[in-house]
Design a protein around this ligand. Structure first.
Ligand code: G3H
Ligand code: 13P
Ligand code: ZN
Length: 335
């Protein structure tokens, strides 16, 4: 058993309280590779932002859980080396689907876990979440739960449509589970195809898809029921058109990819939404840079040559999210 505190990581409690009060959101970036980790830390240090580095079950399978845990520990030391005296880095399990997985992460030094019981019947979601909360809180690890179902593939459960979180359930759910934050469904979804073309309109000038707005009425209803309670948005990549265009220009095929417009994420960040999950935008930034580099330099084969621009492009994207969308820059609690 290793405590995250020994690794220099922090849980989400204080940073969420400050974010809700201050009207900004903390970025939660998924990572699977060293380049993503480096880019996240560089971006957080340069912007003086707290940051959540999150690991999915798929990331554990790809990179190995122990390696990712040591990378997060390395992230703290790297941030210090880059000049940040008191880094505020959370190591979070994204979409934990069982008590055992959450326990394993807590025991190996994660400072925060998500237990995603959103596909379960209501009472089963409560029972599972409560069990994780009881274990996590013994070690001062914070717990994110989920109520409502996002459209798309979530936890290997595919849902054609999203089921918005029911505001009338949130008080009962939060009280009975004791969770520290709640992921809600208001129209976001995972991946680079968040909406079907038939759900969108087309901009007559550009021909690009314009998605329907998020259900801000549901968010505001939830905020009224649980004043000041930290809310989380999954599936919040904006799928930048320039990255999609670069990928398509250099041999990729991502027709009609569409994300959440950044104005809406900016608006959400000002509310009780205090954690915004971004994974797909990092994948797009990396893939666009690699495709472009290799197309322009067909004789190069040293991975460092094409991973360097990939890392730079991800870092640029992370900084943009922090500064221009979520507003978490200059928000370290301890200067
Ligand atoms: O919620 C989904 C995240 O983007 C993680 O995706 O399960 O493919 O690692 P993954
Ligand atoms: P995106 O696919 O929109 O990046 O969402 C990531 C996410 O919600 C991770 O849990
Ligand atoms: Zn998610």
């Amino acid at each position: 058993m290793v405590s995250y505190k020994e690794l220099g990581l922090v849980n989400t409690r204080a940073m969420f309280a400050a974010a809700v009060k201050g009207g900004y959101a903390i970025p939660a970036f998924n990572f699977n590779t060293m380049e993503q980790m480096q880019a996240i830390v560089q971006a957080a240090v340069e912007t003086k932002s707290p940051v959540i580095m999150q690991v999915s079950k798929g990331a554990r399978n790809y990179a190995n859980a122990t390696i990712l845990r040591y990378m997060a520990q390395g992230a703290v030391e790297y941030a210090k080396e880059l000049g940040c005296a008191h880094p505020e880095i959370v190591l979070h399990l994204d979409h934990g689907d069982s008590f055992e997985l959450c326990k394993d992460c807590i025991d190996m030094g994660f400072s925060s876990v998500m237990i995603d019981g959103s596909a379960l019947p209501y009472e089963e979601n409560i029972a599972l979440t409560k069990k994780v909360v009881e274990y996590a809180h013994k070690y001062d690890v914070t717990v994110e739960a989920e109520l409502g179902v996002l459209a798309g593939v979530e936890d290997e459960v595919a849902s054609e449509v999203s089921h918005y979180t029911k505001p009338e359930e949130v008080i009962d759910f939060a009280t009975r589970t004791g969770c520290d934050s709640l992921a809600i469904s208001i129209g976001t979804s995972h991946g680079a195809y968040k909406f079907k073309p038939e759900q969108c309109t087309r901009d007559p000038k550009t021909g690009k898809l314009v998605p329907p707005p998020l259900a801000f009425d549901v968010l505001h209803e939830i905020e009224k029921k649980l004043p000041g309670f930290p809310i989380v948005l999954h599936g919040s990549s904006s799928v930048p058109q320039e990255e999609v265009d670069t990928i398509n220009a250099y041999g990729g095929k991502l027709p009609d990819a569409v994300g959440i417009p950044e104005e809406q994420l900016r608006e959400a960040s000002k509310s009780a939404v205090c954690k915004i999950n971004i994974d797909s935008d990092s994948r797009l930034a990396m893939t666009a840079a690699v495709r472009k580099y290799l197309a322009e330099n067909p004789s190069h084969f040293d991975p460092r040559q094409y991973l360097k621009p990939a890392r730079e492009n991800m870092k640029k994207m992370y900084i943009h999210k922090i500064v221009d969308v979520l507003g978490s820059n200059d928000k370290l609690l301890q200067k």
